[in-house]
Design a protein around this ligand. Structure first.
Ligand SMILES: Nc1ncnc2c1ncn2[C@@H]1O[C@H](COP(=O)(O)OP(=O)(O)OP(=O)(O)O)[C@@H](O)[C@H]1O
Length: 836
């Protein structure tokens, strides 16, 4: 807690200052019409006794946004002529000539730039940052306003005219330096600058509070932004006056009702007023006050007798410079803040020179830290750390004019040097090309500490103070140039808060975005649902058949139809049950899918096995075929087309596509073709039956010898064919010469070969038996031939019948007909049934 001081012992003098102040005050009071016009403005929200008092004198506007903007522009243009008069040598209160206007608009507002004045710009920035969910705003230009002080008594005495005119529209015109000569005709030397707001000489301290945009700076500081208001200008241009008021204010006990109080005092009042209105937020205010004197940082709240300088260090954590061990005071009440101001003003370095009796010999930075804790809806506390810097720069000076020497000269050099670095920084930052390059912040303590305000994450208000007097033309022009450059600097305001809390905000934003997305999806789903069941009446809110879930015996209950529009009306338990139901259904579907995938895999594996088995069997069949085609007795089965998969009536020999170089069909295709075929089991059964019949026939043929024939042949009955062969033998006996024309055993295969295609695998076993039978037939033939003395012997009828039977069994009509035809079948006519 800082005790309020009762005196300002280090002030060099107060006469001149008081005189100036009195003069200014007198000018203001003399503008009765101006005061009258302001009386129609909206009342200020200030509630303290000080503000109330001031408002009673001149009710100020409650908000800059309430200004009649376009009207003020028009007024400003119309009031151009009287200002010229003021500029050409009228009283220092230049606005006096226009003060008599009956307009409601404050006279200085004609110099307001346009619809995007500084206050408005700040409001736009602030509105973007309002609300706990936004922590940063787009880039914005530094707000620059110009305050032109009135001519002081000395200047008036010396008949220094004004070099500035105010055409309105936020413009200020500075004429050439060729005083009194061709000034008005030399257009080349006239320069026009445009700013957010130009405060003409008649503007009051209250006007600065209301229209400079400082109120929004304070509001944004409360919201957690890092804000800076600084005054820049030549020595004696009114910087300290603008920020703190005339120095005699701090002599003795300050009068809070004094209308000369500067921007800092008024801002403190406004700040506490705002804080008191925010019952939902817990605020803690702290303040520090330092000066940069001859490039040394001095703590104005704790200077010590030696005025030991403090170190300026870089903070990795905050990414900026800070003053180490700077004294910071907790300020619970407005008085505490005011005490800080007074203490600092008492301790700051002030000097006297030819241009200012109370010249600041240092740059001062008064910082108010605003720590806030606010409980959000979710019960989470959000902490923000906003701050407001009030920077009163020492004025640049031409030492020739100020006639500085000794200590004052050294001060002036240091001041000019640091201001020059500041000028470099502003110049670089205002240039789009240089902005991304090196900015010489480190070249002075001042620029180190202002770096964040100039181009960082802060919100900045620059008040350029100028003198209208002709003899200050060069300095005024210089200041206006810098102010114009600074106007091009862009910053990106960011709310300062704890990273965890920033994360919480970020998460809240995400949640909000997801909620929006969910709402959108629900709406889309609802549309889909309505389209799908347009006929169905959806009066029932939620047909939840949850009991099915338990009674379904493992089968999931069907998901009830939900009227999504009324979904928000469901209570928590219903929603939970609905979600549960969906989860069960999902699980069931997942399991079903898994099962289907497993089955599919199994089927594919089986198909592959079957396919391989088929190929293996076909290969084996081919081998059998090779044997078969050599066999006169065993015709091959009909072919199975590799393309159609159907049996063809013996027109082609099956060929393995792989062996023949033909394209191998894909597995699935082959499998689908195989699906048309008989099953292996059925095929085997057919084969077995056929073989069994063949064996039986063969057995009959060979195991029932014809006794008569044996007698005829004069041989053992066991050596003659079965009884059926009698007719043949009879026939053969009557026409033995035809025997030579009949089929030769080996040639039998030839006409049948084309029909030899496939054959049942089970027949392979029979082939051996048949081969053995064949061998037996041959040996029998040989024996018969030998005994009968003939060269050739007839094939037994049994053998012929067996072949016929096999062919019939194959169902091959064409073959059978061919077999029955005379050409193909030598046995067609019984007379010709002798074979070789
Ligand atoms: N707008 C104003 N109305 C009336 N008087 C003013 C105004 N601006 C400045 N003055 C007076 O002009 C004198 C110089 O002002 P001030 O000390 O504020 O200048 P400064 O820019 O701070 O100078 P320095 O840089 O040397 O500190 C003071 O006496 C002050 O009261």
């Amino acid at each position: 807690m800082v005790r309020r001081a009762s005196s300002v012992p280090h002030l060099n003098s107060s006469g001149g200052s008081s005189a100036d102040s009195a003069s200014t005050s007198g000018n203001r009071r003399g503008r009765g019409a101006v005061a009258g016009s302001r009386a129609r403005k909206a009342p200020t929200p200030t509630s303290t006794s000080t503000s109330t008092s001031m408002s009673n004198q001149r009710q100020s506007s409650g908000s800059s946004s309430s200004m009649p903007r376009s009207r003020s522009l028009t007024n400003g243009m119309r009031r151009l002529s009287p200002q010229k008069g003021a500029g050409s040598g009228s009283s220092g209160g230049g606005g006096g000539g226009v003060g008599g206007s009956s307009r409601n608009t404050p006279y200085f507002l004609r110099s307001r730039e346009n619809e995007i004045g500084s206050a408005d710009t700040l409001e736009i920035v602030a509105s973007k940052s309002t609300g706990s969910e936004e922590c940063s705003t787009p880039e914005d230009n530094i707000n620059v306003v110009v305050r032109v002080r009135p001519l002081n008594e000395k200047e008036k005495r010396d008949r220094h005219g004004s070099t500035l005119t105010f055409p309105g529209n936020g413009q200020v015109i500075i004429e050439g330096n060729d005083v009194g000569q061709k000034r008005s005709h030399n257009r080349d030397s006239v320069r026009v600058f445009t700013y957010n707001v130009v405060f003409e000489p008649g503007a009051t301290q209250d006007d600065i509070l209301d229209y400079s945009g400082i109120k929004r700076i304070i509001e944004m500081g409360i919201e957690g932004f890092s804000c800076t208001a600084f005054c820049y200008g030549q020595t004696g241009s009114g910087k300290t006056h603008t920020l703190t008021g005339p120095p005699d204010l701090f002599v003795g006990k300050p009068n809070p009702k004094d209308p000369r109080h500067g921007l800092i005092f008024r801002s403190f009042v406004y700040l506490f007023q705002l804080i008191k209105n925010r019952k939902d937020v817990n605020y803690v205010l702290k303040a520090s006050f330092m000066e940069i004197y001859n490039e040394r940082v001095i703590d104005l709240l704790n200077p010590g007798s030696a005025r030991k300088p403090l170190a300026v260090r870089w903070s990795k954590k905050s990414g900026g410079f800070f003053v180490e061990n700077l004294f910071t005071v907790d300020c619970e009440e407005l008085d505490d803040l005011l005490a800080v101001l007074e203490e600092g003003m008492r301790n700051r370095a002030v000097g006297s020179h030819a241009m200012n009796d109370h010249s600041s010999r240092s740059h001062t930075i008064l910082t108010v830290h605003i720590l806030s804790d606010q409980q959000t809806d979710g019960g989470v506390f959000l902490s923000k750390h906003g701050k407001i810097n009030f920077v009163d720069l020492a004025g640049s000076e031409l030492t020739k004019k100020t006639m500085s020497e000794g200590k004052t000269l050294e001060e002036a050099n240091n001041i000019n040097k640091s201001l020059m670095v500041l000028g470099y920084c502003i110049s670089s930052l205002s240039d789009a090309k240089k902005r991304s390059g090196h900015i010489p912040y480190r070249d002075s303590q001042l620029t180190k500490l202002l770096a964040d305000s100039l181009a960082g994450n802060g919100v900045t208000l620059m008040i350029a103070c100028v003198s209208p007097a002709h003899y200050n033309h060069a300095e005024t022009l210089n200041t206006l140039r810098y102010a114009s450059r600074a106007k091009r600097i862009r910053t990106k305001p960011v709310i300062m808060m704890d990273p965890r809390e920033a994360l919480i905000l970020s998460l809240k934003r995400d949640i909000h975005a997801l909620q929006m997305e969910n709402d959108h999806l629900k709406a889309a789903l609802n549309l889909h649902h309505q389209a799908a069941s347009s006929d169905a009446a959806t009066d029932n809110l939620l047909d939840m058949q949850l009991d099915r879930l338990s009674s379904a015996g493992g089968a999931p209950a069907p998901v009830p139809k939900v009227d999504l529009e009324r979904l928000p009306e469901l209570d928590g338990s219903e929603l939970a049950e609905l979600v549960k139901l969906y989860m069960v259904e999902n699980e069931s579907l997942r399991q079903e899918n898994n099962h289907l995938f497993t089955v599919r895999e199994t089927i594919l594996r089986d198909q592959e096995i079957v396919c391989r088995e088929n190929e293996r069997l076909l290969k084996k069949l081919e081998d059998v075929n090779k044997v078969c085609v050599r066999s006169p007795l065993i015709p091959a089965r009909p072919a199975i087309s590799p393309t159609s998969g159907k049996e063809t009536p013996g027109t082609e020999i099956w060929t393995n596509p792989e062996l023949n170089g033909a394209a191998v069909l894909p597995l699935e295709q082959r499998m689908s073709e195989n699906a048309d075929r008989r099953t292996d089991t059925a095929q085997k059964r057919i084969d077995q039956k056929r073989i069994a019949r063949n064996i039986l026939i063969m057995a009959n043929a060979f195991r029932k010898p014809d006794a008569d024939l044996a007698k005829k042949l004069n041989t053992d009955p066991e050596n003659v064919p079965a009884k059926q062969s009698t007719d043949y033998m009879t026939e053969w006996g009557s026409r033995p010469h035809q025997a030579a024309t009949v089929l030769q055993v080996d040639s039998l295969a030839s006409p049948l070969r084309p029909t030899c295609t496939t054959i049942g695998l089970a027949e392979t076993a029979v082939l051996d038996l048949m081969a053995a039978n064949l061998q037996q037939q041959r040996s029998l033939n040989s024996q018969l031939r030998r005994e009968m003395g003939i060269e050739r012997i007839q094939v037994s009828e049994a053998c012929t019948l067996m072949m016929k039977y096999i062919l019939e069994n194959e169902g091959n009509d064409s073959l059978l007909s061919g077999f029955n035809s005379q050409n193909l079948n030598p046995f067609r006519e019984k007379s010709s049934c002798s074979i070789l």
